[in-house]
Design a protein around this ligand. Structure first.
Ligand code: GDP
Ligand code: ZN
Length: 341
């Protein structure tokens, strides 16, 4: 898919045009829709009302009008019926987003991948062993995007096979709970009572799963999706890894008992891992609550937190007030963005 870069004037013109379409949509008889699939050249959506409630499950295949770019899964749009085919349409305008999750790329602008996400669920498991640095990176990126997070420990059905793994995971669970994060236990293999707690946090929200390959993201999604046909991937037993049959991003609706609003989960290979190239030192500290708390006590507002006089954060680290695993993450991440202020 080639993407043409627009200059400011062109962007303004499109913005004005879209606004006028949004303002006049009643007169022009446009429909509302939620983007559930993005295949590159076309988009699949389902019809909603103007309050973003889903009206029908029928998938409408839409093309994009003119220069509307960067529509992603989870977006709400205005679209027009095709005259000759009721299963086809054209997208006329993109509606406001509550949030946008983008995948940062080195030396390029971040690539938008999913919109209107309420929460990012970080999946970890006993095997492969959790990398706390990766958890911290996700937490920082999510905080920067103003999206809530929760951590889920999957595969707890194998906990009892290995005491050491169980203890390590328990330590991680307690660490993140103590920092104020929500942590849930889950098994996509077994129906255990803990699974219900995880379902409850998915209720009425649009969520996305991120995490290392092999932790069970595809299995969790497949477990949640009742309709076999929409299952997202084939689990290859030979290499014990999920292999995605598609690289597109997909929104799956979830049917959770007691939900008032449709719950959904977005599956996207594009955001299962992401870097922090786009962030600076302050963004990093803002994404680590206990570091932020200490940094607010530094004597000077422009403190560089590198051991200068009156640096409370440096002192807290030196005195062992902050968990060593988090200090390792902090130092690692800071050194990876060294050239930024
Ligand atoms: P992904 O790469 O994160 O999408 O992970 P997959 O869903 O492909 O799962 C990786 C492997 O872990 C597969 O062999 C799954 O069968 C296995 N797996 C996933 N969830 C569980 C679970 O809850 N318990 C156990 N024991 N294995 C699981
Ligand atoms: Zn400082």
């Amino acid at each position: 898919m080639s993407k043409q870069k627009l200059n400011k004037q062109q962007k303004n013109r499109i913005f004005k045009l879209q606004n006028s379409i949004v303002n006049n949509y009643k007169a022009t008889n446009l429909n509302h829709g939620l983007v559930i699939n993005h295949f590159g050249e076309f988009i699949e959506l389902i019809k909603t009302d103007s309050d973003r409630n889903i009206l029908s499950q029928k998938k409408i295949r839409c093309h994009l009008r003119g220069k509307i770019t960067d529509i992603v899964c989870g977006d709400f749009v205005l679209w027009q019926d095709s005259i000759d085919d009721e299963n086809n349409g054209v997208i006329e305008a993109l509606l406001d987003r509550n949030s946008l999750l983008s995948r940062p790329r080195p030396y390029q602008d971040p690539k938008p991948v999913a919109a209107n996400i309420d929460q990012i669920i970080i999946v970890i498991s006993p095997v492969p062993e959790p990398i706390t640095n990766l958890i911290d990176r996700f937490l920082i990126a999510a905080k920067d995007a103003s999206i809530n997070t929760a951590i889920i420990i999957n595969k707890i059905d194998i906990f009892d096979n290995n005491r050491k793994q169980k203890e390590e995971l328990k330590e991680i669970e307690l660490l993140y709970i103590s920092l104020g994060y929500k942590v849930f236990l889950y098994s996509s293999y077994k129906k255990i009572k803990e699974n219900q707690n995880f379902l409850n946090i998915l209720k009425n929200k649009t969520s996305i799963l991120v995490g290392q390959s092999g932790v069970g993201k595809s299995s969790i999604i497949n477990n949640l999706i009742k309709d076999e046909k929409s299952r997202v991937s084939n689990i290859s037993s030979s290499n014990k890894k999920g292999c995605h049959t598609t690289t597109s991003t997909m929104l799956h609706q979830l049917d959770i008992s007691g939900q008032q609003k449709k719950s959904a989960i977005i599956d996207s290979p594009g955001i299962r891992e992401f870097g922090l190239w786009h962030l600076n030192k302050k963004n990093i500290i803002d994404g680590l609550p206990e570091f932020k708390e200490e940094s607010l006590k530094c004597k000077f507002r422009d403190c560089n937190h590198e051991g200068s006089f009156g640096c409370a954060l440096h002192e807290a680290i030196e005195k062992g007030k902050i968990n060593p695993s988090r200090v390792r993450s902090y130092k690692h991440i800071m050194s990876s963005i060294k050239n930024k202020d």
